[in-house]
Each structure stands twice: as structure tokens, then as C-alpha cells.
Design a protein around this ligand. Structure first.
Ligand code: SF4
Length: 360
């Protein structure tokens, strides 16, 4: 190491000059709002900052406090979450707000109490404690993993090396300066990972850590962290029906409360399986009869699988069987009031002249 300056000093000095301005982040010298931290951290799970910002602002406008969120209907919360993906986060967030409200409304400042809440795991609890309450917890997200792997030139592949990276991140966090400014330190690591130590082209020339970074010195930053090769994603297949009545309304139904896109509204659809079923089988499974015409196919990539859906449009002679009679007819211009996933908006846009942007 060619400098005696501790990691934390370098990191915090950089943060004081270059931190990102984010709507959930407290300005220097002001007290953070733990509700903003909780909300943003749940939204940021698997989601980019730029995508989260408008959703965060919309939530704060509609639910300025945790109690407002707890008192809102789940339908309203789900509708506002529409487009952000991973919908179980929205239901857990709502349940979490309700549990906190029942306990008096203060977001816990204790690790075990936080972990007991719906949707809060180790990372989110650590982030809330460090950013929201300035407690010396280490929140290790993908950014921090990358910075740590490069700083210490760790060449074992992810995900097996995660515990090692977690221990090394704790070493970074161990000095007094990092402990005293725990919230700033956690956010500084996020910011360095997001803006300097980028996945593909790390900007080592302007990095505050370049003099102490082993990967930079060994010129291997670009290839770290190493990831175990992924196995190919499986493909699943389904059939969805576009059914419109004489008023132009479309028929939607609710997905099950558990699993992919839980609780969102969708076109009447089959389960997604290993191969396409016939239209006849699909109609029996969905619970309706009528004359349908094949109208195209949509491909959608989820984290763990690729989905191909054949779309069929009703021509005439619709008969809904008992199991589809709870479905609802919705005006296309009111679709934004319902929790529809990006996948569903893509399908509806495909079947109409409306762009999926207009359905947001
Ligand atoms: S010097 Fe380069 S590789 Fe090392 S932490 Fe900074 S940006 Fe990342």
C-alpha cells in the first residue's frame, strides 16, 4: 500500500464532494427520514436508481408518512407500484407498514426487530440501520461487492465468494471514522460502485481508492468480480386471451396471491408450462368458450426464465364459465388504476393501438 491514509478517510472525503443527490437521501447535516430509507431500499431491490426515482416521488406524494402508507388500500399501493416489477415487494411493503403502524409507527432501530418485518432481509435491515439511524452496519449490495472484490483483488467466483466479500466489507467499515459516519460511509460505497467502480469500465483514474486498490495495481479490475457461468434460462409457454365487449372494455382477472406477478391483473391466461397447449385445452383451463383467432406472440424475459405467450383475440360467441365470472371488465383508459405488470401492458399494447408508455 503506497499510502497510510485509511480506506474510510479516502472514501468519506470523496463522498463529501461527489455524493449523488437522491430524493430519499438526507442533505449533509440533516437527520435522515427512516421511512424514506425503508421505502427506497425496498424499491431498489433488483431495480436501478433511475427507475426508482419517479416511483419513490409518487409514493411520497401519495403517502407522505408511513402511517399514510399503512392506511392506504392494498389495491392503491399495488396500482402505484405497477411497472416497478417484483410485485411481492409491494405487498410486503404494505404489510410491513401496517405492522410498524400497529407497533406505534416508529420504524425499528434494532436489527432483529427489523428482520422480523415482512420483506426485510439482512441487506435491507443493515441499510436502514446504517443510513436511517447511523448505526455501524454494513449493507453489502452488488455495488459494494464489486468494489470490495476489486479493492482486494478477489478472484474466486460469485456467488460462492459472497461471505468473503461480506467479511472484507466489514474490514472497510471497521475504522472509527466509518463507524461515526456510518450512514455516509454506506452511501459512499454505493456511490463509488455506481458512478466510479462501474461493472464494465471502472474509472480508476479518478477513483479515490486507486492507490490502495489491488485490482487497479494488477490491472485486472475489468475482469472482477468473476461470476460463475450461468446455466441457460429455461423457456416457459402460455396462452392469453384478449376479450373485448361491445363497449370496448377488456376482460381482466387477478393472478394468484403467491408466485410470479402475484396479485396483479392480467388477461385471462393459462398457467405457464413447458410447452404450448392447444387453444381448446387453454379455453378449458381458463374457463370460457368462443371463437378466437391467433393474433401474435409476445416474448418476455424474467430473471429466472423466458416466457413466450401466444395471444388469441375473441371474434364472437363468448361464453364465460363459472370460474371466470368473477373477472372484471375494465375500460382501457382506466387501466392505470389497476395493478398491471409490464408484461400485461406489453400484451394489451400489442393487441390495441395504445402504446405501453400510455398505459403507465
Ligand atoms: S481503483 Fe478502479 S477498480 Fe479499484 S475501486 Fe477504484 S474504480 Fe474500482
Amino acid at each position: 500500500m503506497s499510502t497510510q491514509i485509511p480506506y474510510a478517510t479516502l472514501i468519506l472525503r470523496w463522498y463529501d464532494r461527489h455524493q449523488r443527490i437522491l430524493p430519499w437521501r438526507a442533505k449533509t447535516g440533516t437527520i435522515p427520514n427512516p421511512y424514506y430509507v425503508l421505502l427506497s431500499e425496498i424499491m431498489l431491490q433488483q431495480t436501478q436508481v433511475a427507475t426508482v426515482i419517479p416511483y419513490f416521488n409518487k409514493f411520497i406524494e401519495n403517502f407522505p408518512t408511513l402511517n399514510d402508507l399503512a392506511e392506504a388500500s392494498l389495491e392503491k399501493v399495488m396500482a402505484m407500484w405497477t411497472g416497478l416489477g417484483y410485485y411481492s415487494r409491494a405487498r410486503n411493503l404494505h404489510r410491513c407498514a401496517q405492522e410498524i403502524a400497529q407497533q406505534g409507527g416508529m420504524i425499528p432501530n434494532d436489527y432483529h426487530a427489523l428482520k422480523a418485518l415482512p420483506g426485510i432481509g439482512d441487506y435491507t435491515a443493515s441499510a436502514i440501520l446504517s443510513i436511517g439511524y447511523n448505526q455501524p452496519y454494513v449493507a453489502v449490495d452488488g455495488n459494494v461487492e464489486r468494489v470490495t472484490a476489486r479493492l482486494f483483488a478477489i478472484q474466486e467466483p460469485l456467488p460462492a465468494v459472497k461471505p468473503t466479500l461480506m467479511s472484507l466489507a466489514k474490514i472497510l467499515n471497521a475504522g472509527q471514522e466509518a463507524q461515526v459516519r456510518a450512514g455516509d460511509f454506506a452511501q459512499a460505497l454505493f456511490d463509488i460502485g455506481a458512478t466510479i467502480c462501474k461493472p464494465k469500465h471502472p474509472l480508476c483514474l479518478i477513483c479515490p481508492l486507486s492507490e490502495v486498490c489491488k485490482a487497479c495495481q494488477e490491472n485486472i479490475a475489468d475482469i472482477l468480480p468473476i461470476r460463475q457461468k450461468k446455466t441457460a434460462k429455461p423457456t416457459k409457454y402460455g396462452i392469453s386471451l384478449f376479450i373485448q365487449n361491445e363497449k370496448g372494455q377488456i376482460l381482466l382477472c387477478k393472478r394468484p396471491e403467491k408466485g410470479v406477478l402475484a396479485g396483479t391483473m392480467e388477461l385471462p391466461s393459462t398457467l405457464w408450462s413447458e410447452q404450448f397447449t392447444s387453444l381448446e385445452q387453454a379455453l378449458n383451463e381458463i374457463g370460457c368458450h368462443g371463437n378466437f383467432k391467433e393474433s401474435g406472440q409476445i416474448k418476455h424475459v424474467f430473471t429466472h426464465f423466458t416466457l413466450k405467450v401466444k395471444l388469441f383475440k375473441l371474434e364472437n360467441n363468448l361464453k364465460l364459465l363459472e370460474k371466470t365470472q368473477d373477472n372484471i371488465w375494465i375500460d382501457l383508459n382506466k387501466l392505470s388504476q389497476y395493478p398491471c405488470s409490464s408484461l400485461m401492458k406489453k400484451m394489451i399494447a400489442y393487441m390495441t393501438t395504445i402504446s405501453s408508455e400510455d398505459l403507465k
